[in-house]
Design a protein around this ligand. Structure first.
Ligand code: UDP
Length: 251
């Protein structure tokens, strides 16, 4: 038996070489980290839930024409994905003030924003992923002006779609972070959505009580992290496929 080749290991996921050229396997770990890795924990079952939630969301996005890297979920923790050239940016979309936006501008958390706000952050944990503008992005060749426009248009569409998807199950999409990559087709490069969309990368509040159902529960030591992620999956109607250990909330 040969050991498969690890391409990259991040904080919450590992990428392995895929079965065919141009493919990779994305493995979801149980590891949680926050504040530039200063806070770490293993949350048993998180990888399984995020793998399923991300598959569900990416599949729905694909149906409405938002192309993404997901080919198929393979098992509880792994997805087969398209290999892309990652753009080193975190694209953040916000509907309600929270987290670093609330801190930066002194806004009360929970204040509805006058319109959805998009931000680009340069993806570098050592630098605390600073906010960057189009000037930085084009000057440092992280992406072209056309690619920036494409990412902005896609992110706003994703925001509209996901806001509706979550709102239908009484969850408010406060903000989220996504990442994009390039795929090359003949002489052309195209941007597609990559990475993951899960309670690790979104702020999700119960629409009635504003209870947090996302990674802030871990960041802020609020407890019941897995129970909240499980609740998101349950409301999305995808809990019945989960292993019984997670279904019982005892992981
Ligand atoms: N986010 C993320 N990964 C990061 C930084 C942020 O998934 O490395 C998500 C975060 O969960 C939230 C949104 O992006 O849904 C906006 O995060 P913010 O800038 O407020 O930063 P934070 O308060 O998480 O430091």
């Amino acid at each position: 038996m040969t050991r498969r080749k690890k391409i990259y290991e991040g904080k919450a996921k590992i990428l392995y070489e895929g079965p065919e050229p141009g493919t990779l396997i994305q493995y979801f770990k149980d590891d949680a980290s926050a504040f530039n890795d200063q806070k770490k924990a293993v949350l048993e079952g998180k990888g399984v839930i995020n793998n399923r939630i991300s598959e569900y969301v990416m599949t729905k996005l694909n149906i409405i024409g938002i192309h993404n890297h997901l080919i198929k979920r393979m098992n509880l923790r792994e997805q087969l994905i398209r290999e892309v050239e990652m753009i080193p940016l975190k694209v953040v979309c916000r509907n309600i003030a929270a987290g670093s936006l609330a801190t930066r501008f002194g806004l009360p958390e929970g204040q509805v924003l006058p319109r959805s706000i998009l931000e680009f952050h340069y993806k570098d944990d050592k630098l605390n992923s600073p906010v960057v503008t189009e000037e930085h992005i084009t000057a440092f060749n992280w992406a072209t002006t056309q690619e920036i426009d494409d990412m902005m248009a896609m992110t706003l569409r994703i925001n509209d779609f996901l806001s509706g998807l979550f709102s239908a199950v009484n969850i408010t999409l406060v903000d989220f972070k996504i990442e994009y990559g390039r795929v090359f087709e003949n002489d052309f490069a195209r941007i597609i959505l990559a990475d993951e969309i899960s309670p690790d990368s979104c702020r999700l509040w119960d629409s009635t009580t504003n209870e947090k159902l996302d990674k802030d529960r871990f960041r802020r030591d609020m407890g019941s992290v897995i129970e909240s992620y499980t609740e998101v999956a349950r409301r999305l109607g995808i809990m019945q496929e989960m292993p019984t250990v997670i279904q019982g909330g005892k992981v």
